[in-house]
Design a protein around this ligand. Structure first.
Ligand code: G
Ligand code: G
Ligand code: MN
Ligand code: NA
Length: 253
């Protein structure tokens, strides 16, 4: 497969970088952090989104190196910004395979050794399927990540089949409300009820909620009224290249 050959050649060359989507604190109307979204600056095919390459990266296991490189680079890039605004969080997606791999331990150690960004500024986004995998290593990894001070969010919450028991058994800090619910919540009573259930579930479990895919002011206001703590989406901002993310953060000071 050409893509795999290209991917191996790209390792360590800086072709994999993050774009950053702002996450806003709804009560304060302030920037709370960024979600890091992987992009591949392919030498001939342009800028590729994860949909084009993450599956192959996962199958080949290359995702661990690609992601670790990108995260270490992000920590260096964001060091000065986080120094100026220490309350910012950087949310990073980890697949099931990444979360269960020993290289996560090394990554946390490298981040700590690098010292640019304290680990408690990181928020790792995992999927519901990770909690259901039953892998005995998962629990150990959870404790390791939480022990480092990093936070954990469950991404796309509500689209998987996780039961409440998993949420009780795993120490999770945030639930991310899947954007499909947000997209429909003002027109569709069921989506609205779902969003409101997820928000109250988060509250009763002492977690905070981050709504994804907010595309207009009406959605933003509804979430604010429902006391959803954080939101992201095109209404606020698209994912930005590093320089633009820095400018965005400076504007909000
Ligand atoms: O912009 P968007 O196309 O970036 O992202 C599409 C999907 O790819 C999202 O579901 C997101 O969770 C996933 N994704 C983005 N960046 C990463 C990453 O660094 N690692 C992993 N495993 N998934 C990512
Ligand atoms: O699954 P993950 O949540 O990590 O997905 C992030 C994906 O959602 C990225 O592909 C990102 O580009 C996309 N995205 C971010 N904001 C919006 C939005 O407001 N609307 C839509 N449709 N997609 C969004
Ligand atoms: Mn995500
Ligand atoms: Na998501």
């Amino acid at each position: 497969q050409r893509i795999e050959v290209d991917m191996r050649a790209a390792l360590g060359t800086g072709q994999f970088v993050f774009h950053y989507q702002p996450i806003v604190d709804l009560a304060r109307g302030e920037l709370a952090g960024f979600e890091a979204l992987l992009r591949w600056h392919h030498p001939t095919d342009g800028v590729l989104a994860p949909g084009r390459f993450v599956e192959v990266a996962e199958e080949t296991g290359l995702i661990n190196r690609i992601s670790a490189d990108a995260i270490l680079q992000a920590a260096r890039d964001l060091g000065p910004l986080l120094g100026a605004r220490p309350e910012l969080h950087l949310a990073v997606n980890l697949s099931v395979r990444q979360f269960q791999d020993e290289s996560l331990v090394e990554l946390l150690a490298s981040l700590r050794a690098q010292g640019e960004v304290p680990l408690d500024r990181f928020l790792f986004e995992i999927t519901e399927s990770l909690m259901m995998s039953g892998d005995t290593n998962t629990r150990r990894m959870f404790d390791l990540v939480r022990g480092s001070g990093a936070k954990i969010a469950v991404d796309d919450f509500g689209t998987g089949y996780s039961s409440l028991v998993y949420l009780q058994n795993f120490p999770v800090d945030y639930l991310k409300v899947d954007r499909s619910f947000v997209a429909n919540m003002l027109e569709n009573e069921e989506s609205r009820q779902l969003v409101s259930s997820i928000l109250s579930m988060a509250k009763s479990l002492r977690m905070e909620a981050i709504a994804e895919g907010v595309e207009n002011e009406a959605q933003m206001r509804h979430l604010q009224q429902q006391q959803c703590e954080f939101a992201q989406g095109y209404y606020f901002c698209r994912p930005l290249a590093l320089q633009d993310a820095l400018a965005f953060a400076e504007d909000r000071e």
